[in-house]
Design a protein around this ligand. Structure first.
Ligand SMILES: NC(=O)c1ccc[n+]([C@@H]2O[C@H](COP(=O)([O-])OP(=O)(O)OC[C@H]3O[C@@H](n4cnc5c(N)ncnc54)[C@H](O)[C@@H]3O)[C@@H](O)[C@H]2O)c1
Length: 421
């Protein structure tokens, strides 16, 4: 599973890319090993929060060059332009692509804009990376992947944890047989209202599970709001433009290939808690634990029995690309996501977090909603690609779902009033 070579440096393991040393690293053009390798031209479409993170990662990577920035807001173009030293600024996407001929367009924009922007960029036959989730439903996701195929372009979805240094450590331990064969995966979000949490953080959580579980074949879910089963009135527009959602507490069982089962927990907590965002792999001979905040751990026995004397979990060193320089301002996980795109394009293969995987994530999220409202097991992939909540609502003859505010805090206050007044 793990690509490239491994090299321990201090307490870190470094992997991927040519073996040049970190501190004295030469520019790609001067480096004898990579001088003949292509540098990829990148345009950033959307220069706010996630666009800034993406731009910093592409700016820091030795094999990518940002050739253009695009935003509708001039001030954002200037601010990001100053950070990554790019003066080619555009407000028109098509014009930007025509003038600067990028190899990759990054699309870090609000989720409801993913579909129209992906379609517009793909029309030019350019590879894209789009923020997670790929789209708000399967109809949109299918169209984006069909357009990419028609135009012979690649799609990567910015699930940056999937190829992160700490996730590589888990993959390496698994490849080395440290836990035997996986039989079960536990994973949790960080406490958002479940419907919104699934589309927001659940997309990462499911994608992380897919790295180790393989394809998901079926889903069974229990979802409640206000302590009862879902009713039609619980179907709502998501905060932050993430489509249609329902449910405060969600627990889903996922059946993966190879006899692996998983539990996905997306429960609303009184306060969002990033410590809860974890994944645990249960193997025949041990366990592996991954946390966004606390890195990766190995338990060399399948069952943890507290004995009051010592903690049996052992830390696993994160694995960074050899050329990653933490002083260059990029987040390590975003940098690794970029590095994986460079490697994938070099090798004429898909990104580990590719469009098919991004669509499979949405299949699983939609299956959770569908299973919850119908009380059934949902086989994947679904034949009917409509949003299951909108379909359920429409079939009850209830017309359009009501409006809700976009801001999560305001949205949540209204929900608390409705459910608990
Ligand atoms: N991967 C992660 O860890 C992570 C974390 C947070 C959010 N996200 C995802 O990131 C996305 C939101 O990112 P954000 O908050 O930076 O988005 P945003 O909507 O705040 O910013 C998007 C920018 O794109 C610009 N834009 C929109 N349409 C445009 C167009 N047609 N032409 C040119 N510019 C255009 C806007 O002016 C804005 O500056 C969501 O999909 C969310 O799920 C991912």
């Amino acid at each position: 599973m793990l690509q490239g070579w491994l090299k321990p440096i201090g307490n870190r393991l470094l992997t991927g890319g040519p073996p040049v040393t970190g501190k004295g690293r030469k520019k790609p053009s001067e480096n004898p090993i990579i001088k003949n390798m292509k540098n990829y031209r990148v345009a950033i479409l959307g220069c706010r929060s996630r666009g800034t993170s993406a731009a910093k990662a592409y700016h820091a990577h030795p094999r990518t060059e940002i050739v253009a920035l695009c935003d509708l807001v001039q001030e954002r173009l200037e601010t990001l332009g100053n950070i990554v030293n790019v003066s080619a600024h555009f407000t028109d996407i098509d014009e930007m692509i025509r003038q600067t001929t990028p190899d990759i367009v990054a699309i870090p924009t609000a989720t409801e804009a993913h579909y129209p922007l992906c379609m517009r960029v793909l029309e030019h036959g350019v590879n894209i990376e789009v923020e997670k989730p790929l789209c708000i439903d399967l109809v949109e996701a299918d169209e984006v992947l069909a357009k990419a195929k028609e135009k012979n372009a690649r799609v990567a979805v910015h699930h940056q944890r999937r190829t992160s240094p700490s996730m590589h450590a888990v993959a390496k331990a698994l490849d080395e047989g440290k836990i035997g064969d996986i039989r079960y995966i536990y994973a949790s979000g960080k406490g958002y209202y479940a419907g919104y949490g699934l589309m927001n953080i659940g997309t990462h959580v499911v994608n992380n599970m897919l790295r180790f579980g393989g394809k998901c074949r079926s889903v069974v879910a229990q979802v409640t709001s206000g302590g009862r089963d879902l009713i039609h009135d619980d179907v709502l527009p998501s905060p932050a433009g993430m489509g249609t959602v329902a449910g405060e507490y969600a627990t889903a069982t996922l059946q993966f290939d190879g006899n692996v089962t998983g539990t996905l927990i997306q429960h609303r907590f009184p306060k969002v808690d990033t410590d809860a965002y974890v994944m645990e792999l249960y193997g025949t001979e041990g366990r592996l634990f991954w946390s966004e905040l606390k890195g990766s751990w190995w338990l060399p026995t399948p069952h943890f029995v507290p004995d009051g004397t010592h903690d049996q979990w052992q830390a696993l060193p994160s694995i960074y690309p050899e050329h990653f320089d933490p002083d260059k301002g990029a987040d390590a996980d975003d940098y690794c996501f970029v590095d994986e795109y460079v490697n994938a394009l070099d090798e004429n293969r898909e990104h580990e977090s590719n469009g098919e995987e991004g669509r499979h994530v949405i299949e699983i999220l939609m299956a959770i909603f569908e299973s919850a409202v119908h009380g059934t097991r949902v086989e994947l992939p679904q034949k009917n690609r409509e949003h299951p909540l909108l379909k359920w609502h429409a079939e009850a003859g209830l017309g359009e779902i009501r409006d809700m505010p976009r801001d999560y805090g305001t949205w949540l206050s209204l929900e608390d009033e409705r459910l608990y007044k």
